[in-house]
Design a protein around this ligand. Structure first.
Ligand code: EPU
Length: 428
């Protein structure tokens, strides 16, 4: 198991390039199960999560090969297995996105039920209700979802994807997968509007699906007999782009993030501007500029897209430690997603956690310490805090970070950071 040793206090400076989106790549890879023919994906990031999904897909009869470092060709055996085992699903909850394709294409699916995680309870009731609305019989047997399509196949229906906290990203994608080759018309109400949903929907349309309304809350799908192969480029990772911009901002430096889509990062850019950090924006890049006086604290509420993303909340909390004043940070998506706060406090942060809300007081001088990463975005927040801290920070369990950031330490070091990856001598 690796750890990062980070010497803090250096202003980052320079240009960096964003990788392909993790959360678009995962369902795009899973789409191979739904398609007759070859799926060609370009710009798939080399991450632990994409490797995990490829391992799962191989076990489900998908043959894949690389045609370049980040380019993949995938082809599924239509009669392949239908079981996603717990050994893989417990490593990555997003494995659940094979449910829709397996059920629709192979008529049945057995997918281990993902458990809770460090973000709090993460139910999948909306996925299952969606499949039932399309005519599937769904039951839970010994910790496994067992879903079966009716004799004549799935049939179109009206499906509402709203739960207590709004809509669901992977639930929308799962039902969309199934609806593409269901008989007749499906209307998905309260669908997720995230750019990753749009990317998957556009790819499915390129494969012959008939989906309308992508990017809006209502999707209309006219079922087709089957889908053929197609090619696409994975869109840039908006969460990585935001993380890199905040790495520049927390260090008081000048960092240009290239290859991103600024329009997808609106709330982050507005908040940075309100804090007093100057940000220049181009068609496919943004750049933070050095600040002299501490930025002003800005509170926020995380929300589904186009709101402020929960996947940048931890990083914003780290940045808020350097801002003057009080930032109230509310979680509207995962009310318990504050595990990183306790580790930031070990670095000198002043943070209090109330119900679904963190109160961050600044500015503080962060100090290097030994800290433990608890999940992917929490790890990113600790790395950002370490960049701004006095002295040395050791971030343990960086395997969480490797799930979703491609060579983050190399990207940061190219900007002047001092991050060393080494085996963790204290790892169990
Ligand atoms: N929810 C339900 N019922 C469901 C599904 C979700 O109540 O059936 C609730 C969840 O408990 C949560 C909210 O709805 O409160 C949103 O969850 P969602 O289903 O949208 O999350 P997801 O699709 O499982 C994706 C990303 C997450 C990201 C969330 C929210 C992928 C692979 N994962 O998860 O990314 O936080 O959307 O934007 O796309 C990450 O990359 O670090 C990460 C956790």
């Amino acid at each position: 198991m690796d750890c990062f040793r980070i010497e803090g206090g250096r202003r980052l400076e320079g240009r960096t390039r964003v990788s392909g989106s993790k959360n678009a790549s995962l369902p795009l890879l899973a789409a191979a199960l739904l398609v007759d023919g070859t799926v060609r994906l370009r710009g798939v990031p080399r991450l632990r999560d994409t490797d995990t999904l490829l391992e799962l897909l191989a076990g489900l009869g998908v043959r894949w090969r690389r045609s370049g470092a980040r380019d993949l060709r995938l082809e599924a055996d239509p009669g392949g297995p239908t079981e996603a085992p717990y050994a893989v699903v417990r490593r990555m909850r997003a494995s659940v996105c094979v449910l829709g394709p397996l059920l629709a294409r192979r008529g049945r699916a057995r997918v281990a039920l993902p458990g809770g995680c460090v973000l709090g309870p993460r139910p999948i009731d909306l996925h299952l209700r969606g499949m039932e609305a399309l005519g599937a019989e769904v039951r839970i047997e010994h910790g496994t979802i067992v879903a079966e399509a009716p004799a004549g196949g799935l049939r179109g229906a009206r499906v509402r994807l709203a739960g207590e906290r709004g809509t669901t990203v992977l639930g929308t994608i799962n039902v969309l997968f199934a609806a593409c080759i269901a008989r007749g018309r499906t209307v998905l109400e309260a669908a997720a509007q995230e750019p990753e949903v749009v990317a998957v929907g556009e790819f499915l349309n390129a494969c012959g699906a008939r989906i309308e309304g992508l990017g809006g809350p209502t999707l209309e799908v006219e079922g087709v007999e089957g889908l053929g192969g197609a090619e696409t480029v994975v869109p840039p990772d908006r969460i990585e782009a935001g993380t890199l911009l905040l790495a520049g901002a927390i260090s008081g430096g000048r960092v240009r993030v290239e290859g991103c889509r600024p329009a997808e990062c609106g709330p982050l850019l507005s908040l940075l501007a309100a804090s007093g950090v100057e940000v220049a924006v181009g068609p496919d890049w943004f750049e933070c500029r050095p600040w002299r006086r501490p930025p002003r604290a800005q509170g926020l509420v995380t929300r589904p897209y186009p709101g402020f993303p929960t996947d940048l909340q931890a990083q914003w909390m780290a940045f808020s430690c350097r801002c003057a004043g009080v930032a109230r940070i509310r979680e509207g998506v995962y009310p318990e997603r504050f595990v990183h706060a306790a580790e930031l406090v070990r670095m000198g942060a002043r943070i209090q956690i109330g119900e679904g809300e963190a109160r961050v007081e600044g500015p503080v001088r962060l100090q290097g310490a030994e800290v433990l990463a608890s999940d992917l975005r929490a790890s990113a927040a600790l790395v950002l805090a370490a960049l701004a801290a006095e002295g040395t920070t050791v971030v343990r369990r960086v395997y969480h970070l490797d799930r979703g950031y491609e060579r983050l330490e190399e990207k940061l070091n190219a900007l002047g950071a001092a991050v060393t990856r080494r085996p963790d001598p204290d790892a169990p």
